[in-house]
Write a protein that binds this ligand. Structure first.
Ligand SMILES: [Zn+2]
Length: 294
């Protein structure tokens, strides 16, 4: 019994000396996320109660980025980590290390409940190529998936801070409404398009294409620079399908597509799969896609 009381006193001592000090430093919940769009989603749900930082910074690619020691320090102070959860290289390579920097952190899997698409790369122009079987990591690029991701992030928040469940629920509801209007706007924007195809360098838009009945023709295959044959093939494709614009991501070198654009007397237009302001960015992208489709 005595020992028990001593133990209770010891616990009280820890809480009265350790914790309040920390709480004063910041009342906000530290959240770390893998990529910029997840930072946006987490901020929309957490609002004033969350301080969100991102691992893959603006301009960097989640296919190649490596975290810094400073970022791992941030992780060690976080309560919640939001991972994309799809097989994106950054997480495949680094997530174990990130999570081992903080064993108490709750991990929210934003992809939970999202059906992953296969990277169906067909090598129509090269005879004895192998086919790529990996799952497509770019799940956030369809507003329909974004809504599921926001739900998952909300569940992460209420598991680390259940007292503020209603606050997070309100925020979530309002952002889901915004995502619904975005969804509707994209639907309407593309409603009377007949030729529902677009050509891109890096194939980040398969989920968007699936959800809005579009066809993504990608120049890059399996993350490799296009070969001369592949470039020739896509020049012919573009001519056949009357394509004048080739989309590229700012995170990638666009040399290969510029060759194609020159040949078809078209142009390269950049669209960013990782911009933070998700809704504004997706509207902009839907508009440029709509412009190139007849
Ligand atoms: Zn990508």
């Amino acid at each position: 019994m005595q020992r028990y009381i001593f133990f209770i006193l010891f616990i009280i001592l820890i809480f009265t000396t350790g914790c309040p000090q920390q709480e004063k430093e910041s009342d906000k919940i530290n959240v770390v996320v893998s990529i910029m769009p997840l930072a946006e989603f987490a901020e929309k749900v957490g609002r004033d109660k969350a301080s969100v930082s991102v691992m893959v910074p603006p301009g960097a690619s989640p296919h190649t980025y490596e975290p810094t020691p400073g970022q791992l320090v941030k992780v060690s102070k976080a309560k919640l980590y939001v991972k994309v959860g799809s097989p994106i290289e950054f997480e495949l390579a680094w997530l174990d290390k990130i999570l081992s920097a903080n064993k108490d952190m709750v991990v929210s899997d934003a992809s939970y409940g999202i059906e992953l698409m296969n990277m169906a790369h067909k090598h129509h122009h090269e005879q004895n190529e192998h086919s790529h079987t990996g799952d497509d990591p770019h799940i956030w690029l369809s507003p329909k998936n974004a809504k599921i991701m926001v739900e998952n992030i909300y569940n992460g928040f209420i598991s680390v801070d259940p007292d503020n469940k209603e606050y997070y629920a309100e925020n979530k509801k309002s952002y889901l409404e915004d995502l619904d209007s975005l969804d509707l706007e994209i639907e309407q924007l593309l409603a009377d398009k007949i030729k529902r195809r677009f050509m891109v360098y890096h194939p980040a838009w398969a989920y968007l294409a699936r959800d809005y009945n579009l066809k993504q023709i990608s120049v890059e295959e399996e993350g490799k620079e296009p070969t001369a044959r592949s470039i020739q093939f896509h020049i012919e494709q573009a001519r056949k399908q009357n394509i004048k614009v080739i989309f590229a991501s700012p995170q990638f070198n666009t040399e290969g597509v510029e060759v194609i654009a020159r040949e078809i007397k078209g142009q390269v237009v950049l669209i960013d799969p990782l911009e933070k302001d998700y809704i504004t960015n997706m509207k902009k992208i839907a508009r440029v896609l709509s412009d190139v489709m007849e």
